[in-house]
Design a protein around this ligand. Sequence first.
Ligand SMILES: NC(=O)c1ccc[n+]([C@@H]2O[C@H](COP(=O)([O-])OP(=O)(O)OC[C@H]3O[C@@H](n4cnc5c(N)ncnc54)[C@H](OP(=O)(O)O)[C@@H]3O)[C@@H](O)[C@H]2O)c1
Length: 266
Amino acid sequence: MAKEFALIGCGNMGTAIAKGIVAAGLIAPFDIVVSDVNEASQQRLAAELGCSGTCDNVDAVRDAHIVLIAVKPQYLDSVVRGFADAVAPDALVVSIAAGVTLERLEGLLGKTRKIVRVMPNLPAMVLAGMSSLTPNANVAADEIAHVRELFESFGRAEIVPEHLIDAVIAASGSSPAYVCVFIEALADAAVAEGMPRAQAYTFAEQAVLGTAKYLLETGTHPAVLKDMVSSPAGTTIEAVAALEAGGMRAAVIDAARAAAARNRAM
Ligand SMILES: NC(=O)c1ccc[n+]([C@@H]2O[C@H](COP(=O)([O-])OP(=O)(O)OC[C@H]3O[C@@H](n4cnc5c(N)ncnc54)[C@H](OP(=O)(O)O)[C@@H]3O)[C@@H](O)[C@H]2O)c1
């Protein structure tokens, strides 16, 4: 089964990535094979994408140019050992498994392999992901550029050295959870002021989305936007002062660094 792209693991992230790549027209469905231990999962995704599906990882990776590993980290070693010998010598092997280092992947696949370690995040599922890409020494510049193009089909992607992956976890890998805590708190405040709960979430969620979109699209510094919306003796500066009094900045830094520290320890 010689295909351009083989996906191993048709769960949440594997599905989001394959759908992004196909929707962007970067790889044609006939050049994709998806594989999963669960027959129903691979059949569902293969039908959705119009590509081939299998439960045989060895068959999937044979002669593929790009192999994307999207299984849970605890299954990674046994899954990779199961197909490593069938991967073509010049194939690009891309792993999104959290906490699995290039050294460990090279130990499983061989030191001469072209390997890219990627850390995406959950908003990939709505084409708004943020991914870090870390190639090993065998990956050429045009090859990592191609992988970057694939990951930009469902969001943004940046190339980072491996020692910065803990920072990636802090800023984007784990941050959807703490952004949700902030959104819940904003909505709680609106509910306390009398707004119905569902409407409160809509206001809070759109405000967070719109603020991030404004910063990304205009390149405005966050401090500049904060100053723009904080008029003298106005409502917003009262809220900013209360946040500073509550230690929000320090709390967020501590929270994100706790995520980084946990990732380092894993
Ligand atoms: N979710 C996130 O926000 C996120 C963010 C960054 C990185 N990641 C990484 O992405 C990877 C996938 O996460 P996920 O959330 O997408 O997990 P998931 O939804 O559980 O998907 C993993 C898929 O792999 C399948 N699988 C298990 N053993 C297999 C095997 N031997 N051969 C082929 N497929 C097999 C699973 O099938 P069964 O369900 O039947 O076991 C499941 O369909 C993980 O390594 C995680 O660290 C996830």
